[in-house]
Design a protein around this ligand. Sequence first.
Ligand code: NAD
Length: 479
Amino acid sequence: MKVRNPRTGEADYEFTPVDSQGVAAAAKRLRRHQPEWAAMPLAERSAILLRWADAIEKHAGAIIGQLTIDTGRAGIAAIEVGGVPGTIRRWAEQAPEIIARHSPSEIQSANPTVINSTRLVPFALFGAIAPWNFPMTLSTIDAIPALFAGCAALIKPSEITPRFVEPLRASIAEVPELAKVLEIVVGDATTGEALVANVDYVCFTGSVATGRKVAVAAAEAFIPANLELGGKDPMIIMASADPVEAARTALRASILATGQACQSIERLYVARPIYDKFLETLVNEAEKVRLNYPDIHQGEIGPFIFAPQGQKIAEQITEAKEKGARILAGGTVEILGGGTYLRPTVIADVTPDMAIVRDESFGPVLPVIPFDDVEDAIAQANDTIYGLSAAVLAGSTEEAEAVGTRLEAGAISINDGSMTAMVWDAENSSFKMSGMGPSRMGESGLTRFFRKQALIRQTTSPARIQDFAEENFAGDGRP
Ligand code: NAD
């Protein structure tokens, strides 16, 4: 497969996708070694994973270099690679206490002669399927706690951004015990389908359309599918908020990473009394934002990693204009040096029927909608198939929370926006079509990879069949 460079538009990288037999062979290798991995004391698994954290840091330069080409941005590539050792170390600290708390050894049952205990039994083979927007983070975020739990892990990154895999593999190879239970397979949908068919638990991060296919395939394979899908996150800005601060926060929460983040703010509902000031500031601030072109080390906005995304947004903008929307900043998809770019695009006079308000954009677009009645803003914010996250800005925490708890989404940023990009310890479920299954954040990020095995200890003579004889029961069925 040929891979396009997002900054030049040229296909300058090639790889051979792993076919279904290759995936099955990898799964077989991993399954062979998983029992030994799971049987190790947690401290030993942890020590091995911590050596991997060190190895990633040793190879960080090479991984960042390739991830920079994959994504067309340098700073976020460094943050992504730097974050993975941090994630490993955080789980190393937290896992012992979480696992101990979830596996009590002596609990008196309600049945007086019985003592219960809970054993945590990991799924044998975990599989991750990742998208292209944060290739390193989203390939590893679930696999790390799965490995701590004692699963073996098979990862399939996106075929759009596969370059970072080779140097990442080099870091895994430095830790031979880990290399037996962690493999990465590259490829597209075919490789992803084979992964689902070969693992015992799949975490899929990507679009709703593909998520549905993965859910169906997982149902056929009778395995849990943990889905982290798209969003159309709203932000409600109350009249008590500072319009200037609010505009700056909204801009960052919307356009960071060129808006190519599931938790990007994509709809802004602004209270009428501050609407004009908010909009004026937003336009001014949006116009100050620079592309990271031609110098990748300058500016705030990179190219679209996946060029067709730019085309999709161009169509949304055209449709909005045709239906009467006004573009106040940005609005034109530009081709520069072969890369596809869009400056922060502020759009007013939008209506709920426009694709730019209804569908996920996954780019730096900010449709702004005034409201007179907060009930109307809440109703519009909730009028979506998505429920990933949302945000409320107000003059006080209490006011923002009172609105936030009315929103149908799994994570609500209070007096900030898109906080799930930075806060990883708040458990949250994806509502509606934004996903399914336990939270990847917080302690369920680890506990979801265990099945609970109950050890039910009888401390007296077990019951005999005669104890259940009909004559032992009264006519009404009671003993
Ligand atoms: P995508 O759904 O096109 O692809 C995601 C992955 O699925 C890729 O690795 C792809 O090869 C694989 N795939 C494709 N068809 C498959 C199949 N039939 N079976 C198994 N695997 C298959 O998503 P994308 O375009 O790469 O990513 C963008 C989407 O991801 C956006 O919708 C975004 O909101 C979402 N996303 C969600 C989160 C989250 O945490 N909720 C985070 C990041 C991105």
